[in-house]
Design a protein around this ligand. Structure first.
Ligand code: GDP
Ligand code: IMO
Ligand code: MG
Length: 421
């Protein structure tokens, strides 16, 4: 079975938690795009693991893979492996495989990301992890792949060729070019550490599917941060939607059995860009506080707002979800009446689907429907029928809007805080 799981909003929907719980039913969990701009949180007992590159199935017996469409900061990945080893979880090459063609994020990508962002009139609010510039180099065929990094002679020759070009680019952006060559000794060492993990991810996955094994593809970010279909230009630099998993992993679309969407019961966004239902007053503050809505990667406060049906409808179109996991329902407890944005008003007209351009989305005024809230602590409930009627109605209303089954309702960060319907 091949399952793809993606975020349906602007990231941070709780993908990490859902993947951790589902992983026990899978033989392989594979990350297909993005890099350490992602922050996926997994809570097991009293321990919290914040993962940026390793798939969130790391705490189960599944084999982990990182596909060729991921951009890897090798220092961050090695740090993550060491962090887990110090917690008693060994990440051997039997446990983890990384594709030879995964792109390496070089320190000059990070420097260029920061300089470009500083120079922008309208900032994107990137995570400053070098993601965009690493993907530029993949597309322009100037990337350093893991295969190149892990062969010292090839790496040195690649850097000889690339360094003058990167130095000029950094000077053009107003920076100091020393960073380009200074990293070479450290990166040579990283290449040697990561070499044993190299594998052909597409082959492994297709072979596993041929052998009736179960594969779960883990997306990072969310539908509206997609490089093509998201709220451009306030997006990340990869395809975050389900089709991207096939492209990045080298698996044909006819092999996909299931696409799971992770949807937060409200909406959040980190960084700039339109967010029609954003609440800047007391409601926004309470959602942030109750939901712990601070970036896993950068610590930035997340912008918070009511559930946005037009954006959710678009995420369903972009991903063709088979079913949905609705997360963080518990965060809405005690808020009083809950609002759901069912449509927008734009230029005097009511629309149920977002306009294509961010400049138009920014002008959309949400039209809300109000629903009853609830006060009972639902974080200890484990059957749908035990939820207060208002919470059940809220889930059913979102299901009706999405026209997709909500199979899982998550009511807390821990593994057992989950209602399967
Ligand atoms: P991801 O990027 O989609 O994996 O999400 P993050 O890990 O960045 O952010 C989600 C946050 O919400 C994490 O701190 C999770 O531990 C937490 N979380 C996940 N599901 C739930 C839930 O149902 N209720 C609550 N209260 N927290 C949750
Ligand atoms: P997970 O996987 C939320 C946002 C950044 C910025 C934009 C571009 O944890 O859901 P980038 O550094 O990618 O060039 O930044 O995308 N962003 C995320 N927001 N969750 C994420 O990942 C994100 N990854 C990137 O804040 O607005
Ligand atoms: Mg996150």
């Amino acid at each position: 079975m091949f399952t793809i799981l993606t975020g349906a909003q602007f990231g941070d929907e709780g993908k990490g938690k859902i993947i951790d719980v589902l992983s026990s039913g899978y033989d392989i969990v594979v990350r297909f795009q993005g890099g350490n701009n992602a922050g996926h949180t997994v809570v097991v007992g009293d321990d919290t693991y914040k993962l940026h590159l390793l798939p969130s199935g790391v705490l189960t017996d599944a084999r982990l893979l990182i596909g060729p469409g991921v951009v890897i900061d090798p220092g961050v990945l090695i740090g993550e492996i060491e962090m887990l080893e110090s917690a008693g979880i060994r990440i051997t090459p039997e446990k983890l495989g990384i594709d030879a063609k995964a792109s390496i994020i070089m320190p000059y990508h990070i420097e260029m990301d920061k300089l470009r962002e500083q120079g922008r009139k309208h900032k994107i609010g990137t995570t400053a992890r070098g993601i965009g510039f690493a993907y530029i180099d993949k597309t322009s065929r100037d990337e350093v792949r893991l295969a190149d990094l892990s062969d010292k002679n090839i790496f040195l020759a690649t850097m000889d060729e690339l360094a003058p070009q990167k130095e000029r680019a950094i000077i053009d952006l107003g920076g100091a070019p020393g960073v380009v060559r200074a990293c070479i000794p450290d990166y040579t060492r990283y290449g040697a550490v990561l070499k044993p993990y190299i594998t052909d991810v597409s082959y492994e996955l297709n072979h596993a599917l041929d052998s009736d094994r179960n594969v779960l593809a883990e997306g990072a970010q969310g539908a509206h941060l997609d490089i093509i279909h998201g709220t451009q230009k306030y997006v990340t630099s990869s395809s975050t939607t389900a089709g991207g998993a096939c492209v990045y992993l080298g698996i044909g679309p006819t092999r996909v059995d299931q696409v799971i969407g992770v949807v937060k019961a409200y909406i959040t966004r980190v960084g700039e860009g339109p967010l029609p239902t954003e609440q800047t007053g007391e409601i926004g503050d309470r959602l942030r506080e109750m939901g712990g809505e601070f970036g896993t990667t950068t610590g930035r406060p997340r912008r918070c707002g009511w559930f946005d049906a037009p954006l959710a409808r678009k995420a369903v179109y972009l991903n063709a979800y088979s079913n949905i996991a609705l997360t963080k329902l518990d965060v809405l407890t005690g808020l009083g009446p809950i609002k759901v944005c069912t449509e927008y008003e734009l230029d005097g007209e009511r629309i149920t689907y977002p306009p294509e351009l961010s400049s138009d989305l920014e002008r959309c005024v949400p039209v809300y429907e109000e629903m009853d809230g609830w006060d009972l602590d639902i974080s200890i409930v484990d059957a749908f029928s035990d939820l207060p009627a208002a919470a059940q109605d809220y889930v059913c209303r979102i299901e009706e809007i999405l026209k997709v089954d909500i199979r899982i309702v998550s009511n807390g960060p821990k593994r057992d805080q989950m209602i399967v319907r």
